[in-house]
Design a protein around this ligand. Structure first.
Ligand SMILES: Cc1cc2nc3c(=O)[nH]c(=O)nc-3n(C[C@H](O)[C@H](O)[C@H](O)COP(=O)(O)OP(=O)(O)OC[C@H]3O[C@@H](n4cnc5c(N)ncnc54)[C@H](O)[C@@H]3O)c2cc1C
Length: 470
């Protein structure tokens, strides 16, 4: 009898799980194992929790769902909190494990943990590669030679690579019965306070593979919103302007391949158009950033990014706090940051604007903004986050200018100010000046119940190139 251990990481699902499939086919018994890594809940160099309460709660729910699904297959999940290598070593010894299976990660901290685990594993860790849509061995180039520009990368993949088939969900898993399974942590155990998601959230997000599949079915088959995705994807309010699948992709409650094959299925059964293709297009962006991370290693966390462009970035705490606490006095920025702080989610359009404002208008060190997103985002994904921030800060490798004029953007994507009213009800009574309340003549304010300085904030900056958009 041989026993394998499957170390679950950012692959909290049973569908399309290569590491699990390999362990089941090559050993008599399989022990599923998950460790809440204590380092993920510590404070970072800026004083933010690396994982704040909303994402931590989602992670606990995801692990709980995995445990329940494993129990339905006759198995179970060992749950621990602490250092993954130390905790793994104990299980390896007590259960006489002969081989460890896991998905390989891409970025620095995750690789460091792998090295520690490799030291305690009984034999070489049996890794699978599977966080991307296109497998690393199926790229038309070595990952060290990936094109600098996204379009070149995408076209090469679309022409020369195929997405692999899914691994089947196992029907049963044989697991030893007399293990110390451990229990799921409470947020207090992780050093965090509960933070319920604000009821205005686009979705009342719940973690887990079951919720991920339910969301996919809702967006695809129940509502057919996928058919109009390309037209709605720049939206700001509501559950269905975009897929929201990022929230389950980051920790692997759903695999990108599962989404891909379901899009192809939808195209056969329901409709095929530009929108259905566009969801795959966006998943290729996700791959692009993963492969940039693989190629460039820790450079994606360095101030000059991957193109080495040096700028005079500031680290001004006062400016930073206004941005982070949604008190800039610029409604489109504050509404988006308030949504982030209260729900853990922000639309792609919002992210582009608050990030561009942070780097271009405030000139702040882009890594502080990225670290704040890392702490707060429900869908934080290391390469998508740092990749997009680098791109907007101009230190990525795509030469295009990523400047966003906030006033122009606000008027284009929130023409009637509905998004502002939704998140900043204190500005509800404003109409044509809702995106720039400081331009309203003073006299008018005095005759109304609203007073800019008392009820909202004076703008922290008003660059003169905004003038022509008032
Ligand atoms: C500054 C900044 C930081 C970001 N940080 C993250 C992050 O930490 N995690 C994250 O998943 N996305 C991040 N994004 C990308 C994007 O904003 C989100 O993926 C998207 O808003 C998630 O919503 P959705 O699932 O409804 O997206 P949809 O529009 O439905 O897109 C489908 C999927 O495509 C992928 N995708 C879409 N746009 C991008 C993109 N620009 N880059 C990479 N993948 C993309 C995501 O996996 C997404 O789930 C960031 C963007 C910016 C500008």
């Amino acid at each position: 009898m041989t026993t394998a251990l499957v170390w679950f990481r950012n692959d909290l699902r049973l569908h399309d799980h290569e590491a699990l499939a390999k362990a089941i086919s090559s050993h008599d018994l399989v022990i599923p194992f998950y460790c809440f890594d204590e380092n993920q809940f510590k404070k970072d160099q800026y004083g933010f929790h690396k994982t704040d309460a909303i994402r931590a709660q989602f992670l606990v729910e995801s692990v709980q769902n995995l445990k329940e699904s494993l129990q339905k297959l006759g198995s179970n999940l060992v749950v621990r909190f602490g250092n993954p290598a130390t905790e793994l070593q104990q299980v390896i010894k007590s259960a006489n494990v002969s081989e460890v299976f896991a998905y390989k990660e891409i970025t620095t901290e995750e690789k460091e943990i792998e090295q520690e685990v490799e030291k305690v594993a009984p034999t070489r860790v049996n890794y699978s590669f599977g966080t991307t849509l296109f497998h690393v061995n199926d790229l038309p180039f070595h990952f060290n030679d990936i094109p600098k520009v996204f379009t070149t990368f995408r076209k090469a993949l679309e022409k020369q690579s195929n997405v692999r088939e899914l691994f089947k969900t196992p029907a049963t898993i044989k697991t030893p019965i007399d293990l110390n399974w451990g229990s799921l942590p409470k947020l207090a155990d992780l050093g965090l306070k509960n933070q319920p998601i604000d009821e205005r959230s686009v979705i009342n997000f719940k973690g887990g593979e079951d919720e991920a599949i339910a969301r996919l079915n809702h967006y695809f088959y129940h509502t057919e919103h996928l058919s109009t995705y390309k037209e709605t994807r720049n939206g700001l309010i509501g559950a269905d302007y975009s897929s929201k699948l990022s929230v389950w992709l980051w920790n692997g409650c759903i695999s990108p391949r599962r989404i891909y094959w379901e899009v192809l299925n939808y195209e056969k059964r329901v409709k095929k158009n530009q929108s259905t293709y566009w969801l795959i297009f966006e998943l290729i962006w996700r791959d692009f950033f993963k492969y940039i991370g693989l190629k460039h290693g820790s450079s994606i966390f360095q101030i000059n990014g991957i193109n080495g462009k040096s700028e005079n970035w500031k680290r001004d705490k006062v400016l930073f706090d206004k941005w982070a606490t949604a008190t800039t006095g610029i409604p489109f920025i504050d509404a988006n940051m308030r949504e982030l702080n209260l729900t853990g989610f922000m639309s792609n359009r919002g992210r582009q604007n608050v990030a561009s404002f942070f780097v271009t208008e405030l000139g702040l060190d882009w890594r502080m903004g990225a670290a704040y997103f890392e702490s707060k985002l429900l869908d934080y994904d290391v390469t998508s986050n740092y990749g997009n921030w680098m791109y907007i800060a101009g230190v990525g490798n795509d030469p295009r200018d990523r400047y966003f004029n906030v006033i122009l953007q606000a008027k284009r994507y929130d023409a009637k100010g509905d998004y502002i009213r939704f998140w900043l009800p204190e500005l509800s009574e404003l109409t044509e000046t809702i995106h720039h309340p400081w331009t309203k003549p003073k006299g008018l304010f005095q005759s109304e119940s609203f007073h800019l300085e008392r009820d909202y904030y004076l703008p922290m900056i008003t660059p003169n190139y905004w003038d022509k958009h008032y």
